[in-house]
Design a protein. Structure first.
Length: 155
């Protein structure tokens, strides 16, 4: 299973669609700011699974602040990160992910890509697909193994 992980598109739907087209994912996860940008994916690719959470710039969006689910046999926890203070540290976010028994914990908000493993859990921030350097992440889950890449978006 190939999962495109994006965050902080901030209205740059062209960049978001470019990340989808170059990746060819089975699923797209949007970590907020601006989750409404996912509408263009849903319109153009109605069979593609798209999940999103709201970020601090999403106002009254319908998306939940957090999501947790199983994909490819792995428990995934995703949140924008602002509510966990990820710009100043990851302790609260990691604690929340551990409480949920996550195998993979995804966050955005900082606009800087980041990855680490903590007690067997992958913690990943894809950076911002919409501003600055424009990065995204690709998760591949196969036979219980998780591989990932953080990629630069070329428009």
């Amino acid at each position: 299973m190939k999962i495109l992980v994006v965050s902080d598109s901030h209205g740059n739907r062209k960049a978001l669609m470019r990340a989808v087209s170059v990746t060819g994912p089975d699923m797209v996860l949007h970590l907020g700011d601006v989750a409404a940008d996912c509408a263009i994916i849903r319109e153009n690719m109605p069979n593609l699974v798209v999940r999103a959470v709201r970020g601090n710039c999403d106002g009254f969006a319908n998306e939940a602040a957090e999501d947790e689910f199983v994909a490819g046999g792995k428990r995934i926890f995703m949140a924008h990160g602002d509510r966990y203070g990820v710009k100043t540290g990851l302790n609260s976010f990691i604690t929340a992910a551990m409480y949920r028994n996550a195998d993979i914990a995804l966050f955005g908000h900082t606009h800087r890509n980041f990855s680490m493993e903590y007690e067997g859990m992958l913690i990943l921030n894809p950076g911002s697909v919409g501003t600055g350097q424009k990065t995204y992440a690709v998760l591949e889950i196969e036979d219980g193994a998780v591989k990932y890449d953080i990629c630069d978006l070329v428009l």
